[in-house]
Design a protein around this ligand. Structure first.
Ligand SMILES: C[S@@+](CC[C@H](N)C(=O)[O-])C[C@H]1O[C@@H](n2cnc3c(N)ncnc32)[C@H](O)[C@@H]1O
Length: 216
C-alpha cells in the first residue's frame, strides 16, 4: 500500500464519494458546466471505433458513474476496479440491471490476467497516483489491455506538477499522462488526444483526453 492508497481506501475516499456526482445526469451537467459539452459527447469522439461489445475496464471507478455513462452509450461488457470498499458497495446498488461489474482492488496490482480487456481506462485517477508509482500503474493498465488505453486526466505540458488537494500535499499531480504512457510502456502509439479548457476556473486549466493503441 502507498500513502495515497491509504487515503483513498479510508474515510477520506468515502467522503469524496458523498461529495461528488453519483448520478449520471449530475455528471453530465458537471461536464457541461466545466467544458461546454457533456461527457458522452467527449466519449463519442474518442470511442466511435470501439465495438459496443468490447470488454472494458475502468481503473478507479468509484461508484461507477463513468461506467454507467458507457452503458447508456450501448457498451455491454463493463468492469471496474476500485480501492474504496464503500464506493464498491454503492457501485453495486447504483448500477443494478446494467452490464457493469465492480470489484475491490488496487491500480498498483490489478487483479486481472494479461490482455484480459480490449480497453482499459482511467478518469481522474492517475492524477492521484504518486509520481514514483505512475510507471507501475501505467504498466499494469497496459498489461491488462489487448488493444486500447483511454483516459481523461488533469494536464500539464511542463513536467509533473504537484497541486494542493483540499489543502493537503501528496494527493494531486498533473502532467502529460499520454506522453508518460508512451515513455513507461513501449509498444503503444498515440491514436488521438484533445485538451479541454475549464470554463469554470481561471488560468486556462486543462484536462487531456487521449486514446492510445498497441502497435501491431
Ligand atoms: C477523482 S476519483 C474519480 C472517480 C471516477 N473515475 C470518475 O471519473 O468519476 C478517483 C478514484 O480513484 C480511486 N483510486 C485512487 N487510488 C486508487 C488505486 N491505487 N487503485 C484503485 N482505485 C484508486 C479513488 O478511490 C476514487 O474512487
Amino acid at each position: 500500500m502507498t500513502e495515497q492508497s491509504d487515503w483513498w481506501g479510508s474515510e477520506f475516499g468515502s467522503e469524496y464519494m458523498l461529495r461528488n456526482p453519483r448520478h449520471p445526469d449530475e455528471m453530465q451537467a458537471l461536464y457541461l458546466r466545466r467544458f461546454g459539452m457533456d461527457r458522452t459527447t467527449m466519449n463519442e469522439e474518442f470511442l466511435h471505433a470501439v465495438p459496443r461489445d468490447a470488454r472494458i475496464l475502468e481503473v478507479g471507478c468509484n461508484v461507477g458513474v463513468q461506467l454507467n455513462l458507457l452503458a447508456r452509450m450501448g457498451f455491454t461488457d463493463l468492469h471496474g476496479v476500485e480501492i474504496n470498499p464503500v464506493a464498491v458497495e454503492h457501485a453495486e446498488v447504483l448500477n443494478t440491471d446494467l452490464p457493469i461489474v465492480v470489484e475491490e482492488g488496487t491500480a498498483l496490482d490489478l487483479p486481472f490476467a494479461d490482455a484480459s480487456f480490449d480497453l482499459v481506462y482511467t478518469s481522474g485517477v492517475l492524477i492521484h497516483i504518486h509520481p514514483d508509482d505512475l510507471a507501475r500503474v501505467q504498466r499494469e493498465m497496459v498489461r491488462c489491455a489487448s488493444r486500447w488505453i483511454w483516459g481523461l486526466e488533469y494536464y500539464a505540458d511542463n513536467g509533473h506538477l504537484e497541486i494542493p488537494y483540499r489543502g493537503q500535499q501528496g494527493l494531486l499531480w498533473k502532467t502529460d499522462f499520454a506522453k508518460a504512457f508512451l515513455a513507461n510502456a513501449p509498444g503503444l502509439r498515440l491514436a488521438m488526444q484533445r485538451l479541454y479548457t475549464y470554463l469554470d476556473e481561471p488560468g486556462g486549466v486543462q484536462d487531456q483526453m487521449y486514446l492510445l493503441e498497441r502497435q501491431s
